[in-house]
Design a protein around this ligand. Structure first.
Ligand code: HEM
Length: 496
């Protein structure tokens, strides 16, 4: 009896391995972009285990062998990586109507109230959410209305560094620029989200939870692709559930307060929460407090992490290239003088714009787009892209491609004075830091204002150098900042 059971089990196992092998290797793989041969059941798992840095790094290392569109099977799911600007244009623009869906894996579902946030949903709900954020939060009129809040954040960042310098024995600040920017930008986006200034303790706790959410929510989770792997990820999933509950606990009183205070003088009108309460009237079946919590967390994290990372990378590059730093300082001095750089100065500061774009290229902030999916089977580059495929555009690879850029890994802002490529990919897609098409980042203008003005003001006010032999933290680089002039220091400190 036992012997019969063993034979039956082994036969079933062998048959399913054989079926898997035949189905993936022979049938499906033939029409998909090329890639490493998948193993039955686990796909490219053995390749993944050999390569440090996850599936994106694996795809980049496979490019030389398989080309700029390739498939990596993770379990039974094909992940298609595209590193070619022309194919990306085809997918995101020409076939944009079909390539704009999102991937619905169970991990992402946990923090997005069942894929109902802006970055995870699709169809009419996404259109309504995008329209809301573009018109009511990030469009030109709203950006203008919220400018005084941004000005306060810019001033706060400079003053924070100055205070550290003033308190130090030698008058030189040793600071982690990203944490300083993070703290001030967090306060600004929290006001934008909830319309009120929050107490310091609450800001600290929200920022901590958002950081955890960002770190864990979009972490590659093998269990989403290979079901049995979920048993190794129970703790990860529980932590995500707890985080969502904690966010609801933190945000619920703010939402309640806001519902009671609408129209109150103490509240900055047109905040993100208020706009979502309006949507609640139109889409009562789609939205509830958990969805609003997820949407607010998504907005806060999208606005916080990328922008502060870009500021950190730009400052690090300026420290590594003192000649660029000096040229930038001279431009600011000539155009703006001692007055603090303002957003309205940006069109007159072409070198600053070139520095920021070159930093976004050489240290690409968003290495890939968020995962896309197709709404129907589509052809791309002569291959088939099925609806169950995860489609990822590897923006970093465009930016470092020697066929599009000479000395691609060298930081040379001058190239952006010559080529005049914008961040929208209007001329070509070899530079595309914010993606493109229907899912293009809606925060481009806000991000460009923040990165440009913060970098300009930091350069205007301090001489910067990286601190040697100091381990940089996960959050950012440790810099030494020497205030440029005592008069400027006193003038601004008395202001703040
Ligand atoms: C340096 C700064 C930033 C960079 C490099 C960046 C980049 C990106 C990229 C590459 C995507 C994915 C697009 C795709 O999947 O095709 C994205 C999506 C998104 N970004 Fe940004 N972003 C930045 C700042 C911001 C800011 C300040 C906001 C404002 C709140 C924001 C809000 C969003 C949202 C909501 C999405 C999801 C859009 C959707 O799926 O429809 N981002 N961003």
């Amino acid at each position: 009896m036992d012997f019969f059971l063993v034979i039956t089990t082994l036969t079933v196992l062998a048959a399913s391995i054989l079926f898997d092998w035949w189905y993936f290797l022979r049938l499906r793989s033939k029409r998909l972009p090329p890639g490493p041969s998948p193993w039955p059941i686990v796909g490219a798992l053995p390749h993944l285990m050999r390569k440090k840095g996850g599936v994106t790094k694996l795809s980049q290392s496979l490019q030389a062998k398989y080309g700029k569109i390739l498939t990596v099977w993770v379990g039974k799911k094909p992940m298609i990586f595209i590193s070619d600007p022309e194919l990306t244009y085809d997918a995101l623009v020409k076939q944009g109507a079909y390539f704009s869906n999102r991937v619905k894996n169970s991990t992402i579902g946990l923090t997005t109230s069942g894929w109902r946030t802006l970055s995870t949903s699709e169809g009419p709900w996404t259109i309504a959410l995008r329209k809301n954020i573009m018109t009511h939060m990030l469009g030109p009129a709203r950006l203008k209305a919220f400018k005084p809040l941004r000005d306060r954040a810019y001033e706060g960042i400079v003053n924070d560094v100055k205070s550290v310098a003033a308190a130090s024995e030698n008058g030189v600040a040793q600071v982690n620029c990203r944490s300083v920017a993070y703290g001030r930008v967090a306060r600004f986006v929290l006001v934008l989200t909830f319309g009120v200034e929050l107490e310091d303790d609450l800001v600290q706790e929200i920022v901590h939870c958002l950081g955890e959410r960002f770190r864990l929510a979009f972490k590659f989770s093998l269990g989403d692709y290979i079901s049995f792997w979920k048993i190794f990820e129970v703790k990860h999933r529980q932590t995500l559930k707890h985080l969502q509950t904690r966010h609801i606990q933190l945000f619920a009183p703010l939402m309640q307060r806001l519902r009671g205070l609408q129209g109150d003088e103490g509240v900055i009108g047109g905040n993100y929460c208020e706009t979502l309460f309006q949507l609640e009237k139109e889409f009562p079946e789609k939205i509830n407090d958990s969805v609003i919590t997820s949407l607010c967390a998504e907005f806060l994290n999208a606005a916080l992490h990328t922008t502060t990372l870009a500021i950190d990378s730009t400052m690090a590059l300026l420290c590594e290239h003192p000649e660029v730093n000096e040229k930038l300082y001279r431009e600011i001095e000539a155009v703006v003088g001692k007055r603090a750089v303002d957003e309205s100065d940006l069109p007159q500061l072409p070198y600053l714009s070139a520095v920021v774009r070159e930093a976004l290229r050489v240290r690409t902030t968003a290495i890939t787009t968020l995962p896309h999916a197709t709404s129907e089977l589509r052809k791309l580059g002569g291959y088939e892209i099925p609806t169950d495929a995860v489609v990822v555009f590897v923006l970093e690879s465009f930016h470092l491609d020697p066929t599009h850029w000479s000395d691609p890994s060298v930081f040379k802002p001058e190239r952006f004075l010559e080529n005049d490529l914008d961040v929208l990919g209007s001329k070509n897609f070899s530079f595309l830091p914010f993606s493109a098409g229907r899912r293009v980042c809606p925060g481009i203008q806000l991000a460009m204002f923040e990165i440009s003005v913060v970098v300009a003001r930091l350069v205007q006010n301090f001489e910067w150098e990286k601190v040697p032999n100091v381990k940089n933290t996960e959050i950012g680089t440790v810099f030494r900042a020497r205030p440029r002039s005592v008069e400027l220091l006193h003038a601004e400190l008395s202001f703040g």
